[in-house]
Design a protein around this ligand. Sequence first.
Ligand SMILES: Nc1ncnc2c1ncn2[C@@H]1O[C@H](COP(=O)(O)OP(=O)(O)OP(=O)(O)O)[C@@H](O)[C@H]1O
Length: 294
Amino acid sequence: MEKDSSTSRPHDLAPSRALLTVEHLTMRFGGLTAIDDLSFVARRREITALIGPNGAGKTTVFNCLTGFYRPSVGRLTLATEDGPLYLERLEDYRIARAGVARTFQNIRLFPAMSVLENLIVAQHNRLMRASLYTVGGLLGLAGYRRAEREAIEHARGWLDRVGLAARADDDAGSLPYGDQRRLEIARAMCTRPRLLCLDEPAAGLNPHESAELAGLLRDIRDREGIGILLIEHDMSVVMGISDHVIVLDYGRKIADGAAAAVREDPAVIKAYLGEAEDEALPPEVASDLGGKRG
Ligand SMILES: Nc1ncnc2c1ncn2[C@@H]1O[C@H](COP(=O)(O)OP(=O)(O)OP(=O)(O)O)[C@@H](O)[C@H]1O
């Protein structure tokens, strides 16, 4: 079996098996059904995109997966080496510990901490365990010192991979916007996730930065053996890197399949343009497919 480049979490599940299985997910807010009976599967070593017009329910799916919302109905199963975990039953911190990491639409770094410190803080859980919940840390036990060294090495490794090694000691808040977006992804990866949920990582990036981001996500998929769930409005990114695309409209799934097929699906075109079309989208429309409802 191929070895993962990340040494810390044994990814010994078959690549083709489901990593995340969402079944009949429904989320209601009072009278509004934001997600309506949604089922899909995300696999390891694949990028699964969740797309749809504004308000379709994409972020609500992430909020259910990460324990921020408790679903009204549905089962969210994460496959692990120790058996399935049912995320809808777990508190958010347990979900994070189980290996579900997330980035947000708006950047949420610690701006006054250094770039490197942001990545070390992300490994807080491991360090706390190694410190025997501070006693070992205070006593400077060898196990804790080793864990601390490993955390710094791991952080530096990720800074290299996202091209920020030279900025390690700068305040995170002083980085240009595109660098902060990449730092957020590095921070999520420092938690050693098995499922990485990215909410609009290309928002606000210029075309060059978006292309760089696409390369980074492909690299993570291919080298880390994890699954990526991607919410993204930039269709050049989605269509360029997704193995699998799920389209939501008003909380319901309207398409699920390979990027090329989904792009030409009349129901998808209708959802974005507000009218039935039998033809594939012209490129200039497709490139803006993630925009507002027509
Ligand atoms: N906490 C909440 N209370 C009430 N309604 C909510 C809540 N969270 C989301 N909604 C509603 O659920 C629907 C789906 O919202 P969501 O943010 O998931 O959509 P989205 O597809 O992520 O949109 P966008 O692309 O604009 O980010 C919207 O109508 C939104 O107003």
